[in-house]
Write a protein that binds this ligand. Structure first.
Ligand code: IMP
Ligand code: MG
Length: 169
């Protein structure tokens, strides 16, 4: 066990307040969830926010089914709506090497959003291979492979309401 469900919930409520305080109160915030890992974080984060939120979903994969990054990023599902002129926040489960986010940020920035920020529930700074800005981080963790709360190992454990370290072997 690394992060209990109630610790995650309480941190997300704070993050939601922090995010909302950073935007003018009459302007919409467009939340872009990175599937599949970001689905649970997204659903709790937006439930802690007021009504001026819109949502879309994108799917990229940088991993096969194991625990090691391939460095390869595949685009599997695009957004349904344009980002032009909108305040966009990318909502991702974890920033590890940073390769996935770097790629995503470049693509989304090219679609002319009014602003582009990123929120990750988890960050593993010791593993970073590229510099990538992440404005809202839930928890900074050590270099351990974790599962639960959206994060998987070979598509398993995403449903856990808490985050646990996957034991090797
Ligand atoms: P990056 O491109 O190396 O930053 O990888 C980011 C993606 O790898 C995340 O969106 C996750 O899907 C996956 N990932 C990285 N670390 C973990 C982990 O500890 N558990 C589960 N998935 C992980
Ligand atoms: Mg992911």
């Amino acid at each position: 066990m690394l992060l209990q469900a109630d610790a995650i919930q309480s941190r997300i409520r704070d993050l939601a307040l922090e995010i909302e305080a950073d935007y003018p109160s009459d302007e919409e915030i467009h939340m872009v969830c990175v599937l599949k890992g970001g689905f649970m974080f997204m659903s709790d984060l937006v439930r802690s926010m007021t009504t001026r939120v819109t949502m879309d979903f994108i799917a990229v994969s940088s991993y096969g089914s194991g625990t090691k990054s391939s460095g390869e990023v595949r685009f599997q599902k695009d957004l349904d709506t344009s980002l032009e002129g909108r305040h966009v926040i990318i909502v991702e489960d974890i920033v590890d090497t940073g390769l996935t986010l770097k790629y995503l940020q470049e693509i989304l920035r090219s679609r002319a959003p009014k602003s582009l920020k990123t929120s990750c529930l988890l960050s593993k700074p010791s593993r970073r291979r590229v510099t990538v800005p992440v404005e809202y981080i839930g928890f900074t963790i050590e270099d351990k492979f974790v599962v639960g709360y959206g994060l998987d190992y070979a598509e398993k454990y995403r449903n856990l309401p808490y985050i646990a370290i996957l034991q090797e072997g």
